[in-house]
Ligand binder design. Structure first.
Ligand SMILES: Cc1ncc(C[n+]2csc(CCOP(=O)(O)OP(=O)(O)O)c2C)c(N)n1
Ligand SMILES: [Mg+2]
Length: 326
């Protein structure tokens, strides 16, 4: 059982993510977020549970839907919001936007716009960890849509044959844009597919932060014990459209309401903590208030920051300068 301090941390982080996404969604609709964004509301427990079980030295690569992973890894919400606004104070200095949230000081290699690439980037990180003989792991997030891309399985295959310290987490919100996963996934079973590649894999309730945390901690231990790559299929749900402004006609309101009313990761965690008397209503209100204040400050910071100087757009983007940083 999670101890009280960590249980409250789980809640604070999930509420902070929900607040960030709620505010960012509105700002996107008002035209403040060039390029738009992918909202992760509903998927908070996957991000928070996984990150809580990782150590600072572990390396992580995410997907196009990365706000929740970024906050759970401890990124500054000010540098994230400024990046969404494409301001020069953003984590990618305003050149990347929502899909390029990154913080190398946290070994967080961040999001990218290529479906399935998080797994390949993480495989490369795992190879580096292996070569340098470090006592850490690499984690690659992917969506259920990425399960049907070739690069995912090329990377997993390589990780298996080289016994690399790689954990794959499927942030399985069950839809790839407008497509329900069962319609496009042969065999319909991600775990069976992973096992056929010679790796351990399990399916878990991605709405239960404690279950996600424990599964990740177990997988990390197995990897460090030399048991090779592991895969976790965390079943979750996204409340909003694929991206902001999408008109969703591919799922019913009843389905969305059912997940929101009965399987919400924040509501369920609160009920659990209240039932065990691990938190009070006042503490919950304080957590909500702090999240509002923090995200309010992030928006103020982003609004007040300048756009990048166009004379510097080519700085640091040539491969030579990237190599010199290594
Ligand atoms: C290689 C590639 N193919 C297609 C796309 C277009 N695309 C962007 S997101 C997406 C769906 C991804 O679904 P999933 O992996 O389930 O992630 P989710 O959006 O549900 O988080 C697609 C097809 C892309 N960005 N990259
Ligand atoms: Mg999906």
């Amino acid at each position: 059982m999670t101890e009280p301090g960590q249980a409250k941390d789980f809640l604070s982080q999930m509420i902070l993510i929900r607040e960030f996404e709620t505010i960012a969604e509105g700002l996107t609709l008002r035209g403040k977020v060039p390029g738009g964004m992918h909202n992760s509301s509903g998927q908070e427990a996957v991000a928070v549970g996984v990150m809580a079980a990782l150590k600072d030295e572990d390396a992580i690569a995410s997907t196009h839907r990365s706000h929740h992973h970024s906050i759970a890894r401890g990124m500054s919400t000010q540098s994230m919001m400024a990046e969404l606004f494409t301001k020069s104070t953003g984590c990618s200095r305003g050149r990347g936007g929502s899909m390029h949230l990154v913080d190398l000081s946290r070994n967080y290699f961040g999001g990218n716009g290529i479906v399935g690439a998080g797994v390949s980037i993480a495989m490369g990180l795992a190879l580096g960890i292996h070569i340098l003989k470090k006592n850490s792991i690499a984690v690659g997030f992917m969506g259920d849509g990425a399960i049907n891309t070739g690069r995912t399985w090329e990377s997993i295959n390589m990780a298996v044959i080289w016994n690399l310290p790689l954990l794959i987490v499927i942030d399985n919100n069950q839809y790839a844009v407008e497509t329900f996963m069962d319609r496009v996934t042969g065999g319909k079973d991600f775990v069976a597919r992973a096992k056929s590649f010679g790796m351990s894999a399990e399916v878990i309730d991605g709405q239960n932060v404690e279950e996600v945390y424990e599964a990740t901690a177990r997988a990390r231990e197995r990897i460090l014990a030399g048991e090779g790559p592991q895969l976790i299929n965390a079943v979750t749900y996204r409340y909003f459209g694929h991206n902001v402004g999408e008109v969703g006609k591919y799922r019913t309101q009843e389905e969305i309401s059912d997940w929101k009313s009965n399987k919400d990761p924040i509501d369920n965690w609160i009920s659990n903590l209240l039932a065990k008397k691990m938190i009070t209503e006042d503490e919950i209100s304080e957590i909500r208030e702090n999240a509002k204040l923090e995200i309010g400050k992030a928006v103020e910071f982003a609004e007040a920051s300048p756009f990048p100087d166009t004379n510097t757009v080519a700085d640091d983007v040539d491969s030579g300068s990237l190599l010199r940083q290594l």
